[in-house]
Design a protein around this ligand. Structure first.
Ligand code: NAD
Length: 355
């Protein structure tokens, strides 16, 4: 048994169909009285419904969350929280909305109740992100970790099948990299393996039957475990590549994770055989990379980066950026190797595991 360090992050989790009904009690549990409800413009109706449910415990609704938390949006939300005298934030939505609540908490220490409606996993991490002048900065601070998370699968029933598939693959990517993380530990590895298993089993059902509550519950359970994995250990090449492609080339978050994952896994296969065995077993195949590629196809994902607006002429620059300040990775990161990986992902080829 290798040496390891495990640090449990403090967070109260309420899981299950109908758990949203406990929201008002959970606001009280925090000792709060005026919750600012946050959402994207697309989920403003849900946010208003939640605000009504809270009655006097709602300070109001701020439905302007957008992807990557632009600093202007963060500042407007911080002002609104102050103006309304909010003493906690309720974030209903995906990573963009949770990210906005984190931006408020970073400067105010307002506690967050997160009600996730995608599988992104931000609700389980102390990682914040803010974008100013086109550059996204991220950092770790325990004050942004949601104090309470309410996982109610009912709220995921409206997630479109295409987002459900790619958001679920994004969650699997957290589990995959946790299994070969530099600071991997046996507790998180158990969660990561179980997270992949739950997501791989449920996602093909979710995309075919988006209103199947049982499958939605399993997928959300897997997403919770994936978020725990992301929040607990460091990520590697896959997340570095997706960060570069999202940040510099503005590629969509979950879709990019889906297209890159099988290639990042193929790249690392020979250097992380134990992780590969666990991934393959959890997906129910003999090859981790091919199993993940086939799963992505089964959930209807587009696998070619060229379909998301990346140009072939961007690949050299993307490879260059991805090898700068590299994250830890089990296999050494070379410019030539990354350029080849990106070329395969650009064309959406089936991955080839290389030594
Ligand atoms: P998102 O939050 O941007 O949501 C995408 C769209 O889907 C939005 O319009 C949203 O309103 C809508 N939507 C969400 N749930 C829905 C539902 N159930 N029904 C109908 N529509 C729904 O997407 P995301 O993938 O969840 O989050 C991506 C962002 O989160 C990125 O900016 C990423 O960097 C960040 N993120 C951060 C962390 C972290 O730990 N800090 C972790 C994961 C992701």
């Amino acid at each position: 048994m290798p040496k390891f360090l495990y640090e449990a992050l403090p967070c109260r989790v309420i899981f299950g169909v109908g758990s949203l009904e406990r929201l008002s009690e959970e606001v009280e549990q925090l000792g709060a009285h005026h919750a600012l409800v946050l959402s994207t413009p697309e989920q403003a109706d849900e946010a208003r419904g939640i605000s009504e449910r809270l009655g006097k415990k709602s300070a109001g609704v701020f439905a302007k969350a957008v992807m990557h938390v632009p600093i202007e949006t963060a500042e407007a939300a911080r002002e609104e929280a102050k103006r309304l005298g909010a003493d906690c934030c309720v974030a209903v939505g995906g990573g963009s909305t949770t990210g906005l609540a984190k931006a408020i908490a970073l400067v105010s220490e307002l506690p967050i109740i997160a009600i996730p409606t995608t599988y992104a996993g931000s609700e389980m991490t102390p990682i914040w992100g803010l974008t100013a002048e086109g550059i996204k900065k991220t950092g770790r601070n325990l004050r942004v970790l949601p104090r309470t998370v309410i996982y109610d699968p009912t709220l995921t029933l409206t997630m479109p099948p295409s987002l459900s598939g790619t958001s679920g693959m994004n969650a699997i990517a957290h589990c995959v990299e946790a299994l070969y993380a530099e600071d991997a530990n046996p507790i998180i590895s158990l969660m990561a393996e179980e997270g992949i298993r739950a997501l791989a089993a449920s996602l093909p059902i979710v995309v075919k039957e988006p209103r199947n509550l049982d499958a939605r519950g399993n997928a959300l359970y897997g997403a919770w475990l994936a978020g725990m994995s992301l929040g607990a250990v460091g990520m590697a090449l896959h997340h570095k590549l997706c960060h570069t492609l999202g940040g510099t080339f503005n590629l969509p978050h979950a879709e990019t994770h889906t297209a890159i994952l099988p290639h990042a896994v193929a790249y690392n296969a020979a250097a992380a055989p134990d992780a590969m065995r666990k991934i393959a077993k959890a997906v129910g195949t003999s090859s981790a990379a091919l199993g993940l590629y086939d799963l992505a196809i089964a959930v209807g994902a587009k696998m070619a980066l060229k379909d998301f607006g990346l140009k072939e002429t961007d690949l050299d620059r993307a490879a260059e950026l991805a090898i700068q300040n590299p994250y830890y990775n089990p296999r050494p990161v070379t410019r030539e190797g990354i350029r080849r990986l990106l070329d395969d992902a650009y064309h959406g080829r089936r991955p080839i595991e290389t030594a």
